[in-house]
Design a protein around this ligand. Structure first.
Ligand code: GTR
Length: 440
C-alpha cells in the first residue's frame, strides 16, 4: 500500500507550442532547459520519486546507491569481538535491541495496559467445513471500552493435536468476517493468506487488522494503546517513546498471549507474517518476542529488511518525514545522517536469529529496494553461522521467483510488484514446513 499521494510530473510540451505547425519549425541550436520536476511523481515504470525536506531526491540507479560501512554484528560497542553464542545472547543482542528501542522504534512503556480475551463466536463450518473459525476480542485496558483487536482464528476441523499457526496482521483484517467492506478494500486484500491451502496442510491461520489497536495516522499519540498508556501525562513524548510500529508489534505479542491460551494451537509453533509496513512490524515483533518461532517479512523495505545506508528507493529522510509517528522521536536525528544510525537492517534480521526468517521482495517494488533487502539478509549471515545455523549460502544477486537459502535464513524475490504473491505463499509454506512441522 502506498499512502503518499502520487502526482504525475508535467510532461509534454516543455514550453513549445503543442499544436501542429504548418511548416516544420527550425531545430533550436540548444535544447530548451528541462522543466523542473514537481515532486512527488511516479515515473512510467510506476516508481515513486520524492524530494525530501532535506533536499534528497529518490535514486533508482544502482551505480549511485553509494558506499557505506555496516555496523559489525559481531563486534560489541566497546570494540570487543563476539566469539560465541553466549556473548551474542548476553551482550551483543541486548546492545542492539536497546539501540533499536532508544533510537528507532521506541520502547514499550512500563504502563502498557493489561489485556483481556473473549471468544465472541465459533463457527464449526468455516472453509467449507474444513476449519473451525473463532472470533476473539483481545481488549486493552477497560474490558468494555478499551481498544481491541478482532482476531479471526481458523484451525483445522479434525486436528488431533494442537496445531502450528500462521498469524498475519493485515491492512484490512479478514474479509470473510467483514462482508460489508467495499470493493476498493476487497481489491487490496492481496496480502491475505490462502486460508484453504494453509488449513489443508495442517496449519491454523489467524488474521487481524493492524489498526485495531493503534491508528495509522500522524497526530494520534493520544489515541489507541499509545494514548491509553500515556494517560494524562502532558508534554512532548520522550525521545525513546514508542511509535506506532512498536505499538503494532506489541499488539502481535498480545495476540500470541491469547493463542497460548487456545488449546487448539501450539504456541511454540506460531509464525508471524506481515507485508510492507507490517513486514517491518513482524521483524521488530520477532526481535523482541522470541516466542515467535518463524518470521515472514514481505516487501518490508526501508527500516524493515532493506539496508538504510543504501541510497536507493525510500530513504530515512523520506520515511521520517512521511511516517515519523511510526518511530521514536529520536529517529529524527538520523534524517540526513544515515551513516550515524548505530544499527541497520541486517541487525534487525539478526535479532531474530537463530529462528527462521523468510524475506520476500518484488523486482518492480524498487521503492522498497529489493537489492538492499537481499544484502541485509546476506549481512545477517554471520550471526546465524555463529549460532550454528545456515545463512543464505550466496551473496550473488538472487534469481527471480526462486528461494535463496537452504537453511534458517531465506530470501525470495518475485518477479512483480509490492505484494505477497501466491508464489511467495507457496515458497513460504515450503520454507516453514520443517520448522513448524504441520501434521505432527
Ligand atoms: C509506503 C512506505 C513504505 C511501506 C509502504 C506500505 O508508503 O513508504 O515504507 O511501508 O507504504 O506499508 O505499504
Amino acid at each position: 500500500m502506498r499512502l503518499l499521494s502520487l502526482v504525475l510530473a508535467p510532461i509534454g510540451c516543455l514550453g513549445w507550442p503543442c499544436f501542429a505547425a504548418e511548416a516544420p519549425a527550425p531545430a533550436p541550436a540548444t535544447p530548451p532547459p528541462a522543466a523542473p520536476a514537481s515532486f512527488p511523481f511516479t515515473d512510467a515504470d510506476g516508481n515513486l520519486h520524492t524530494r525530501a525536506a532535506t533536499g534528497h531526491v529518490t535514486n533508482y540507479d544502482e551505480a549511485k546507491a553509494g558506499t557505506y560501512r555496516l555496523p559489525d554484528p559481531l563486534m560489541l560497542a566497546d570494540g570487543q569481538p563476539v566469539r560465541d553464542a553466549g556473548a551474542w545472547f548476553n551482550r551483543r543482542r541486548p546492545e542492539i535491541l536497546e539501540l533499536y528501542r532508544s533510537q528507532v522504534f521506541g520502547r514499550v512503556p512500563a504502563g502498557a495496559p493489561r489485556v483481556s480475551f473473549k471468544v465472541l463466536e465459533s463457527d464449526p463450518n468455516a472453509v467449507d467445513g474444513r476449519a473451525v473459525r473463532r472470533h476473539v476480542v483481545i481488549r486493552c485496558g477497560d474490558p468494555r471500552s478499551g481498544p481491541a483487536i478482532h482476531l479471526q482464528v481458523y484451525v483445522p476441523a479434525r486436528a488431533l493435536h494442537p496445531v502450528p499457526l500462521l498469524l498475519q496482521a493485515t491492512f484490512y483484517g479478514d474479509p470473510a468476517a467483514q462482508p460489508a467492506l467495499d470493493a476498493e478494500l476487497a481489491r487490496r486484500f492481496h496480502e491475505l493468506g490462502p486460508v484453504a491451502a494453509i488449513i489443508a496442510r495442517g496449519y491454523g491461520y489467524a488474521v487481524y487488522r493492524y489498526t485495531d489497536l493503534q491508528p495509522d495516522h500522524a497526530g494520534t499519540a493520544a489515541a489507541g494503546v499509545i494514548g491509553l498508556a500515556r494517560g494524562a501525562a502532558g508534554g512532548p513524548p520522550a525521545g525513546d517513546a514508542w511509535g506506532a510500529l512498536s505499538a503494532w508489534a506489541w499488539g502481535a505479542s498480545r495476540v500470541l498471549d491469547y493463542l497460548a491460551t487456545d488449546p487448539a494451537v501450539d504456541p511454540g509453533r506460531v509464525a508471524l507474517i506481515g507485508h510492507s509496513r507490517l513486514g517491518k512490524m513482524a521483524l521488530w515483533a520477532g526481535a523482541q518476542d522470541p516466542r515467535f518461532a518463524v518470521v515472514f517479512a514481505s516487501c518490508s523495505g526501508e527500516m524493515g529488511a532493506a539496508l538504510a545506508r543504501r541510497d536507493f528507493g525510500e530513504t530515512i529522510d523520506d520515511i521520517a518525514e512521511s511516517f515519523g509517528y511510526w518511530f521514536a522521536p529520536n529517529f529524527q536525528r538520523y534524517v540526513g545522517h544515515w551513516n550515524d544510525l548505530p544499527v541497520d537492517a541486517h541487525l534487525l534480521i539478526a535479532l531474530n536469529a537463530p529462528r527462521p526468517v523468510f524475506i520476500t521482495a518484488g523486482s518492480r517494488d524498487l521503492w522498497a529496494d529489493p537489492r538492499g533487502e537481499f544484502l541485509a539478509a546476506v549481512a545477517a549471515g554471520p550471526v546465524y553461522r555463529l549460532l550454528g545455523r545456515r545463512d543464505l549460502g550466496s551473496a550473488d544477486p538472487p534469481p527471480l521467483d526462486a528461494t535463496v537459502g537452504a537453511g534458517e535464513l531465506a530470501f525470495h524475490e518475485h518477479d512483480g510488484d509490492h505484494a505477497i504473491t501466491a508464489g511467495d505463499w507457496q515458497a513460504f509454506l515450503e520454507f516453514a514446513g520443517p520448522y513448524l512441522r504441520p501434521g505432527s
